[in-house]
Design a protein around this ligand. Sequence first.
Ligand code: CMX
Length: 132
Amino acid sequence: MKVEHIGIAVKNLASSNELFSKLFGQEHYKVESVVSEGVSTSFFMCGETKVELLEATNPESAIAKFIDKRGEGIHHIAFEVEDIYAEMKRLEAEGFQILNPEPKRGADNKLICFLHPKGTNGVLVELCQNIK
Ligand code: CMX
């Protein structure tokens, strides 16, 4: 439906919040931890799209591994879908590698799933659906 958010891996959420507040001329509207993903996040509105900053909360977190290997930067692009189950089925049939067979609960009241970046030109793609 649209680019719902862009996820950016950062080493330090507090200092990155300050930086992005200056960049956008507005504060983040939410801070949220997702324990299951090992991340602490903050969200900024940027028109219709959000920017999600992600800091690792443990060394096993996907964000910690990403920063170790590639440094800070864009980690994923999240596309909003109406029916995540139907989209996962469709994309699996198209040959994409779905990283979690069942949607999981992500930040910002969403059901989420990821596609492996090796099958999407090196970009980690997230699908997300609002939990009603
Ligand atoms: N974007 C692009 N490429 C990525 C990547 C990313 N975000 N993360 C890892 N990669 C690349 C690695 O650089 C590596 O490339 P090379 O083989 O060329 O070196 C390759 O993918 C495999 O990486 P890996 O280190 O062997 O595998 P990982 O154990 O790091 O797993 C991934 C990578 C994408 C499968 C894993 O991070 C994952 O399952 N991610 C989905 C969940 C997630 O990212 N959660 C955090 C965000 C949660 C949220 O938004 O709330």
